[in-house]
Design a protein around this ligand. Structure first.
Ligand code: SF4
Ligand code: SF4
Length: 81
């Protein structure tokens, strides 16, 4: 089962400083989302083996093909502290 980035406010283009949603003018958190969710470009365009938590591990289903330019349906985001 593929694991994907959450479509939550924390990954949304409309989140500004102070956890304020610029669309709805309210305070939000990573627990919220809405129909206006818009994935941040930096996250959308950064899905590849280099950002996959399975890269170079036994959990990668394509160890012979995995490279920084590749992506497969088993991609899983690395934990961010
Ligand atoms: S409430 Fe909707 S538009 Fe606002 S930050 Fe969250 S997901 Fe984005
Ligand atoms: S091949 Fe798939 S699972 Fe393996 S590192 Fe690349 S994206 Fe991750």
């Amino acid at each position: 089962m593929p694991i994907r980035l959450a479509t939550s406010c924390s990954n949304c283009n409309n989140l500004s400083g102070g956890n304020t949603c610029t669309q709805h003018k309210i305070q939000v958190s990573e627990r919220h989302t809405c129909d206006s969710f818009s994935m941040q470009e930096a996250l959308k365009n950064n899905m590849n083996c280099g950002t996959c938590t399975r890269f170079n591990t036994s959990d990668c289903p394509h160890p012979q093909k995995a490279s920084a330019e590749m992506l497969c349906s088993s991609w899983a985001p690395k934990a961010v502290a």
